[in-house]
Ligand binder design. Structure first.
Ligand code: PMP
Length: 379
């Protein structure tokens, strides 16, 4: 048997990683400005994180959700305090798509309705309703097509108002669109969604899978807008690479035994990883670092010739070039050993480093980026 070939691969085999650095089989060193797709939050192989997982692994790594798992309570309490959502409840699962699928399901249970509004350039995952709510026809199989999803233009208050009704179960929007090229919802748009959801008793779902967990410099990107969604989904940075995800749930939703469930969600090992991440974010003041380093990076990037626009908050940064970015990203990797991210916008590079990256590492990137871009513009 061999792996199902669904991913285009770089010809690189990392065998070791630490902080914001990776090493391949041949001993070459790489700077990680991509964080394995916004997943690495507290840095690769952080000693406290590794220690917590090892300690748990040696005690008990898994038992089903039919027994008391106190690590779930510890994780929920710490997440409540750090995120500012102390009175919300937490459903634990395993991936971003699963978190969104459960949030949409919960919204439908709660409202007894079926229609969902989502937006152009959005990405919510690859499972049935999550992918139906994603703006990407090539990812949707015929079985995923549904008339329950209404796809509206992003940041368009008037279109939203025109399509809202008492049939809407939920509106789902990303804190900042990631795959779409770091597109930021306006404060007015988020407030409009919030007020229309209230007016029509619909559920407001914030997908913070990529933009959450401190990446934006606040715990959640939507906290720049002073709104309070009913459901918030988290994944990626939550486990720093260990698969864990969750839905933060407003207490107005009533839990009924059996309505949601998962075999692996909230297992001992995943919780140990999740608790370690929260402890490190708090103790090392990573929200502050993400905000500060993000500002430093964005100010510098805006001065580089060939850069059209820089979008983002904290360490979720979209750099839109005047030209397609593929050759620039390839040169950064092959000539300077620097990983960056792409997006569905062919001109936009995504920068998603670990939240504890420093100025020194960002300077290495900025020098390489300026060199590569100026060389390309001259040719
Ligand atoms: N929502 C957002 C905003 C995402 O960026 C992603 C992953 N790129 C997902 C959901 C899906 O997460 P997963 O791949 O863990 O299912």
């Amino acid at each position: 048997m061999k792996p199902f070939d669904v991913y285009p691969l770089f010809n690189i085999e990392p065998v070791k990683a630490q902080g914001s650095w990776l090493w391949d089989k041949q001993g070459n060193k790489y700077l990680d400005l991509y964080g394995g797709h916004a997943v690495i939050s507290v840095g690769h192989t952080h000693p406290y994180y590794v220690g917590k997982i090892m300690e748990q692994l040696n005690k008990i790594s898994f038992y089903s959700n039919s027994v008391i798992i106190p690590q779930q309570t510890e994780l929920a309490e710490k997440l409540g305090v750090l995120s500012g959502y102390v009175n919300y409840e937490l459903f634990l699962c395993n991936s971003g798509a699963e978190a969104n699928e459960n949030a949409l399901k919960l919204a439908s249970f709660h409202t007894n309705r079926k229609k969902v509004i989502s937006f152009s350039k959005s990405f919510h995952g690859r499972t049935s309703l999550a992918v139906a709510a994603t703006d990407g026809a090539s990812m949707q199989a015929p079985i995923n097509k549904t008339d329950n999803v209404i796809m509206l233009p992003f940041n368009d208050d008037a279109a939203l108002e025109a399509h809202f009704s008492d049939e809407i179960a939920a509106v789902i929007v990303e804190g900042m669109q990631g795959v779409g090229g770091v597109q930021i919802p306006t404060v007015a748009f988020l407030k409009k969604i919030e007020s229309l959801c209230k007016k029509h008793n619909a559920v407001f779902i914030l997908d913070e899978v990529q933009s959450g967990y401190g990446r934006s410099g606040k715990f959640f990107a939507h906290q720049y807008a002073d709104i309070k969604p009913d459901l918030i989904t988290v994944a990626k940075g939550m486990g720093n690479g260990f698969p864990i995800a969750g839905v933060l749930i407003n207490p107005k939703f009533k839990a009924v035994h059996g309505m949601l469930g998962t075999t692996f969600g909230g297992n001992h090992l995943a919780c140990a990883a999740g608790i370690a991440v929260l402890d490190i974010i708090k103790d090392e003041k990573l929200l502050e670092n993400a905000a500060k380093m993000g500002e430093y990076l964005m100010v510098a990037l805006r001065k580089v010739a060939g850069v059209k626009e820089v979008r983002g908050f904290g360490l979720m940064v979209g750099v839109e070039l005047e030209i397609p970015c593929a050759s620039i990203r390839n040169a950064l990797l092959s000539e300077h050993n620097i990983f960056t991210g792409s997006s569905s916008d062919k001109n936009t590079i995504r920068i998603l480093p670990a939240l504890n990256i420093g100025e020194e590492e960002l300077d290495i990137f900025l020098t390489a980026f300026t060199t590569v871009l100026s060389k390309t513009l001259v040719n």
